[in-house]
Design a protein around this ligand. Sequence first.
Ligand code: THU
Length: 138
Amino acid sequence: MDDTLIQRLFDAARAAREQAHAPYSKFKVGAALLDEQGRIHVGCNVENAAYPQGACAEGGAISAMVLAGGRSLQAVLVLGAGDALCTPCGGCRQKLREFGADSLPVLVADASGLRARFTLGELLPASFGPDHLKARPA
Ligand code: THU
């Protein structure tokens, strides 16, 4: 992935994070996804007074991608704050798996820049995905 593309994902995630609704945790997150058509889709976390109803940034970005017709993730960038890396939560890793291969690059950033790079396979090893539902016994 070239630097220009990473910068575009970074800028998109940083702008998305500005829109986060996180009055309870105060932990704002932005996510940017690159689809198979080279388009970028973004999401931010949206919390709720009924806490479990809150939604992660990655899920919002996936919904935006699907709505726009995208079905194959090429890259993901998640941007948060704090000392610890803002890696996708377990549920989001599985949501990414629906549209991404083990080799999918998952970049982690904060507002000052890129901090780490993983593959989805590293974050979610031996995962269960769409292929498991193909060619199953009758
Ligand atoms: N959050 C995300 O948006 N993505 C993640 O992968 C980790 C957590 C959000 C959910 C919640 O609004 C806040 O961060 C604190 O958990």
